[in-house]
Design a protein around this ligand. Structure first.
Ligand code: ZN
Length: 147
């Protein structure tokens, strides 16, 4: 399926797959959540350190296809430094993009817009969506813990 993706998208995705940003572990994460996409065998774990109302640090670990791991890397890259509200807004935009809607602001998604080509392949959308589904769970569990 990779060969059917637009060349530019493919480069960004392969770059993140081969040299992932923010892969690793945090010494004392505030939240730690993992998930899997059994359809493809993708596994993903996110750790976040929340500090001062922001995602001060985010790291991921996982294995699986290029789409799932590249999406995890790009999302981690975009989320570090954002507030949980900004993170949720970004995830809403990602979901909208996957449903074929134009993003509210074109720059908002950064490199994640490379995933747009994936929406032509519904099975692969689940690979990409694993990353933001796990992040949402992490944000949910952080909010619950704070109450
Ligand atoms: Zn996959």
């Amino acid at each position: 399926m990779m060969e059917k993706l637009d060349e530019l998208y493919r480069e960004v995705i392969l770059e993140h797959y081969q040299r992932p940003a923010r892969k690793g572990e945090l010494p004392s994460p505030t939240v730690s959540v993992n998930g899997a996409n059994p359809l493809c065998g993708d596994e993903l774990a996110y750790q976040m350190k929340l500090d001062g109302g922001r995602i001060a640090q985010i790291r991921f670990a996982g294995k699986g296809c290029a789409i799932s791991q590249a999406a995890a890397s790009m999302l981690a890259d975009e989320l570090e430094g954002k507030t949980p509200e900004q993170a949720r807004a970004l995830i809403r935009s990602l979901k909208a993009m996957m449903q074929g809607q134009e993003p509210a602001s074109p720059d908002e998604l950064g490199e994640l817009s490379a995933l747009e080509g994936v929406r032509k392949f519904p099975v692969r959308v689940k690979c990409a969506a694993l990353s933001w589904n796990v992040v949402e769970q992490a944000l949910d569990s952080h909010e619950k813990a704070g109450k």
